[in-house]
Design a binder for this molecule. Structure first.
Ligand SMILES: NC(=O)c1ccc[n+]([C@@H]2O[C@H](COP(=O)([O-])OP(=O)(O)OC[C@H]3O[C@@H](n4cnc5c(N)ncnc54)[C@H](OP(=O)(O)O)[C@@H]3O)[C@@H](O)[C@H]2O)c1
Length: 203
């Protein structure tokens, strides 16, 4: 589906996540136990559309990120500290880069710097390498909270996994102040009990 231009010089931001019925985004500290083959195919399909992927440093640390399959695709890792493993496949391949505040510690890794103290996500999105039109965000909940607080989520592709998992896995969005941004349901598909919903920004 072609995404409309956003209009203020930033790319369209699509967020892709999987959650249990009871709202957890992690099982045993990872999203893997919530996913399915079809869910992974949805994720890979959305990745293929994207020029740039963004992901929080916590997710990169807990899930392990390698180089993307799509040639030339870049993965921006959002971090306050820049404390990531520069020798990992993601960064050694040249695909990975950092998105950090201007006053973050120096890093040998290519960095987009925006905002002082806190990342200015609007400015960061307008400064991404290659000036992408479509950015695919892969969480986690802390990054999602910052994107939601800045009203930067245009589309949500949410898989609901047919299980309850208890525990203390976080919701889709955490650390954001109370807010209400409306979305409308663009489609709802089912496979093996998994629900695949796509929501688009309503306002
Ligand atoms: N179910 C799913 O689809 C899904 C998807 C992704 C992740 N997860 C799960 O979520 C859990 C991780 O959650 P999380 O909330 O810690 O993930 P996260 O948002 O990926 O990571 C948090 C870290 O990312 C950096 N960060 C995020 N937003 C930032 C911002 N606005 N400004 C500056 N730095 C920012 C900070 O890194 P620094 O500490 O480096 O400053 C922060 O400590 C894991 O269990 C993972 O498996 C689930």
């Amino acid at each position: 589906m072609p995404r409309p231009a956003v209009g203020d010089g930033r790319p369209w931001v699509e967020l892709c996540m999987v959650s249990s019925i009871d709202g957890s985004t992690a099982f045993d500290g990872e999203s893997r136990g919530l996913s399915s083959d079809t869910d992974r195919e949805v994720l890979l399909t959305l990745r293929r559309f994207a020029d740039v992927i963004i992901v929080g440093a916590g997710t990169v640390r807990s899930e392990g990120y390698g180089a993307p399959r799509k040639p030339g695709q870049r993965i921006g890792v959002v971090s306050r500290t820049g404390a990531v493993d520069a020798s990992s496949a993601l960064f050694a391949s040249g695909a990975g880069f950092l998105i950090v505040p201007e006053d973050a510690p120096h890093s040998s890794i290519e960095s987009v710097r925006a905002g002082v103290g806190e990342i200015d996500l609007h400015a960061a999105l307008r400064s991404l390498p290659g000036n992408p039109a479509f950015v695919h965000a892969e969480g986690g909940p802390t990054l999602n909270g910052a994107l939601a607080a800045a009203n930067l989520i245009d589309e949500i592709n949410l898989t609901t996994s047919p299980q309850i998992v208890g525990g203390d896995g976080t919701r889709l969005i955490t650390t954001a102040p109370p807010m209400s941004h409306r979305f409308h349901l663009a489609h709802l598909l089912e496979d093996d009990g998994f629900l695949f919903s796509r929501y688009l920004r309503a306002d």
